[in-house]
Design a protein around this ligand. Structure first.
Ligand code: SF4
Length: 324
C-alpha cells in the first residue's frame, strides 16, 4: 500500500504540454511537512504496519527546495525508523537526479525512485515539451540502480508524435535499464494545458479508449513477462479528473480494461473447437468476463462458447494456464 502525499507543482518550473497538476491530483495546495504524519496515521489507523510506503507524488520531488525536501523526509523517516512503513518513495524528473541528490535521499531512507520518463523517443519528448531527452532518462536510471534504489519508470501513451511502436520500444528500453516498477498513463487532454489548445486547434488527436486499452494490454504483457511490476495503469479517477478532462481515453477503470484485455488476448490463443472451458478461482472471474462483460460478449460475437466454473488454478480447456 502506498500512503500518497501529493506535492503538486511544488518547485516545478516546467510546463509539459499535458500537465495540469491541479486537475490531476485534485489537491490545490501542497501539505505542510508536518501534515505527513497526519496523512500516514490516517492510512495506518487500521493497525496495518510494515508493508506500506510513504509516497511523495504529484510533482518533481527533487526539484523542490532542499530544505523543504529534508523536512518532508524527516517526517516520513520517523515512520520508517519505527517500523510502521517499509519504505519511502518519491517521484521526480530524470534531469533532477544527480549523485549528491541520491546520497541525500539515501540518508533520509528513500527506497524507491520513480522517474517520469514518459517516452524514450526524443521526438515525442520534444513535442510534449518535457525539456529533457531520452539520454537524461538513461543517465538517471543508471545512477539510481547503481545507488541501490528500486527504479521505477513511468510512461505515457498517445502523446503527440507517439505511436504504438514507439511506446512498445519505450517499454523495452525501460526493461533494459533495470526498471523494477512502472506506471502506464494513457494521455488525457486536461483543461488549462497546452495539449488542450493543440487539441482544440486540431493539431493533436488523442487515443480512443479502445486504442489505449489495446496498447496498454501489450505493454502490460511485456512488463509482466520481464518481471517489472505494473503499479498503476491510468490516473486515479476523481471528480476533478473527470471534470477537467477535455478529451482522450478517459475511463473510470482504465486499468481494469487493460488487464482484462490482456487476459482476453491469452484466451483468444487458447480457443479450441470454438470453446473456452475455463476453471479459475472466483477472484479472477471479473477479469475473465471483463468490465460490463466485454470479454464474454467479444467471444459470443465470434461464436465461441465460453463456460466458466470455479477451480483452484486458472486453466483453459484443461491444459492452458491463464496469467493475470
Ligand atoms: S509533468 Fe512534472 S515536470 Fe512536467 S510540468 Fe507537470 S509537474 Fe512539472
Amino acid at each position: 500500500m502506498n500512503i500518497p502525499v501529493f506535492v503538486p507543482h511544488v518547485g516545478c518550473p516546467n510546463d509539459c504540454a499535458f500537465c495540469n497538476q491541479r486537475s490531476i491530483t485534485g489537491v490545490l495546495e501542497a501539505p505542510a511537512p508536518e501534515e505527513v504524519g497526519v496523512i500516514a496515521d490516517r492510512y495506518l489507523s487500521g493497525g496495518k504496519t510494515g508493508g506500506s510506503t510513504i509516497a511523495f507524488f504529484g510533482g518533481s520531488f527533487t526539484g523542490i527546495e532542499p530544505e523543504l525536501q529534508r523536512r518532508y523526509l524527516i517526517q516520513a523517516k520517523k515512520y520508517l525508523d519505527a517500523g510502521k512503513i517499509s519504505g519511502i518513495r518519491i517521484s521526480t524528473r530524470p534531469d533532477y537526479i544527480d549523485l549528491p541528490e541520491l546520497d541525500f535521499l539515501a540518508e533520509y531512507g528513500v527506497t524507491n525512485i520513480e522517474l517520469g520518463a514518459q517516452s524514450m523517443d526524443d521526438g515525442v519528448l520534444a513535442a510534449a515539451g518535457r525539456g529533457h531527452d531520452a539520454e537524461a532518462v538513461r543517465r538517471a536510471s543508471h545512477m539510481i540502480t547503481e545507488h541501490g534504489f528500486v527504479l521505477g519508470l513511468q510512461m505515457m501513451t498517445g502523446l503527440p508524435l507517439d505511436t504504438p511502436e514507439k511506446s512498445l520500444a519505450t517499454a523495452d528500453e525501460f526493461i533494459a535499464l533495470g526498471a523494477r516498477e512502472t506506471r502506464i498513463y494513457p494521455t488525457l487532454v486536461m483543461e488549462n494545458t497546452r495539449l488542450a489548445d493543440m487539441y482544440r486547434a486540431g493539431a493533436y488527436l488523442p487515443q480512443t479508449v479502445e486504442e489505449a486499452t489495446g496498447l496498454g494490454a501489450l505493454l502490460y504483457e511485456k512488463f509482466r513477462k520481464a518481471g517489472v511490476k505494473v503499479l498503476r495503469i491510468g490516473l486515479s479517477d476523481s471528480e476533478e479528473l473527470k471534470g477537467g478532462c477535455v478529451a482522450g481515453p478517459y475511463h473510470p477503470a482504465v486499468g481494469e480494461l487493460v488487464v482484462s484485455r490482456y487476459v482476453r488476448n491469452q484466451m483468444e490463443s487458447m480457443v479450441e473447437d470454438n470453446r473456452l472451458d475455463i476453471r479459475a478461482p472466483k477472484k479472477y472471474f471479473s477479469k475473465i468476463i471483463g468490465p460490463r462483460r466485454c470479454n464474454a460478449l467479444y467471444f459470443t460475437e465470434k461464436g465461441v462458447e465460453l463456460s466458466l466454473s470455479e477451480g483452484e488454478t486458472p486453466v483453459v480447456n484443461g491444459k492452458y494456464v491463464l496469467e493475470f
